[in-house]
Design a protein around this ligand. Structure first.
Ligand SMILES: [Zn+2]
Length: 271
């Protein structure tokens, strides 16, 4: 009997805008495990006697059942493919109206070009799956004890609808230290039009964290960072209504509530 027979018809459940951890027991002869999810190939990594990875369910992923394939590559090269189903549950996000400096709503030609260029640069980062880094320690909140419940809010700036809020805003005074949510590598550390002084960390598996509106950046591109290392100080640079930390997480490009990575429920049903 195949050791993987238990995986058949396994169902996972996740809200729109959340990260999901998938864990599969290690079996003798398995060399590597990959998950095919939403047209992306996501590697799993070995953690004790299991294989684990994270997949992202974007804010705008259609509610309903989505199939994912799990590929078990054996030492002899054989690939054992199993289907799993991720049930995406609709989550309603409220609308918020914000008042910011007009230059962030009615963009000049130069600012529009800059913002578009920076968006492309960030999308290129988010679409890369790095294989030499793995987030094998728990994700943590960048400001210890910080809370922020405004992920996913549909936003209207100065009366004009804009993209939904792709992160969580944590209350912070200017100068509050901002800590890396997990170990990783700095892939961006500079000033951007909308997010001001910004740091993006690569945590591997297509998982990226973003820290925006910083008053000071303490790392540079290429630096390795430890979980909890200070990457900068909170501030009010870019499109803001006041000082705070905007903390974003992308999981294979999907916009997910950062707190879902911290509180992620380990999927026990496959063990
Ligand atoms: Zn924000």
């Amino acid at each position: 009997m195949s050791p993987f027979v238990l995986f058949l018809a396994v169902m996972f459940s996740a809200n729109q805008g959340s990260a999901l951890q998938l864990t599969f027991p290690h079996e003798p002869g398995v060399k590597s495990v990959q998950v095919l999810w939403q047209n992306k190939t996501v590697p799993a990594f070995r953690l004790n006697n299991a294989w684990t990875t994270f997949v992202g369910v974007d804010l705008d992923t259609k509610a309903g059942d989505h199939k994912a394939d799990v590929l078990f590559t054996m030492e002899d090269g054989r690939v054992d493919k199993r289907d799993i189903v991720v049930k995406v549950v609709e989550k309603k996000y409220p609308m918020t109206e914000l008042k910011v400096d007009d230059r962030y709503v009615e963009l000049s030609k130069a600012n529009l070009e800059r913002a578009n260029r920076e968006t492309k640069e960030m999308e290129a980062i988010y679409s890369t799956v790095t294989k030499d880094i793995v987030p094998d320690s728990p994700f943590t909140v960048p400001i210890p004890g910080g809370t922020g419940a405004n992920f996913g809010h549909r936003r209207v700036f100065n009366g004009q609808p804009r993209a939904p809020h792709a992160g969580a805003d944590l209350r912070a005074t200017t100068g509050t230290p901002v800590h890396a949510t997990n170990q990783g590598r700095v892939v961006l550390a500079k000033n951007l039009f909308f997010t001001g002084n910004t740091v993006i960390l690569d945590h591997g598996l297509g998982i990226y964290s973003l820290y925006a509106h910083l008053s000071r950046i303490d790392v540079k591109r290429g630096d390795p960072v430890n979980n909890g290392q200070v990457v900068g100080l909170a501030g009010a640079t870019g499109r803001v209504t006041g000082p705070h930390l905007h903390w974003g997480m992308r999981v294979q490009g999907a916009r997910v509530d950062p707190f879902t990575l911290v509180t992620i429920a380990q999927t026990e049903n496959l063990k």
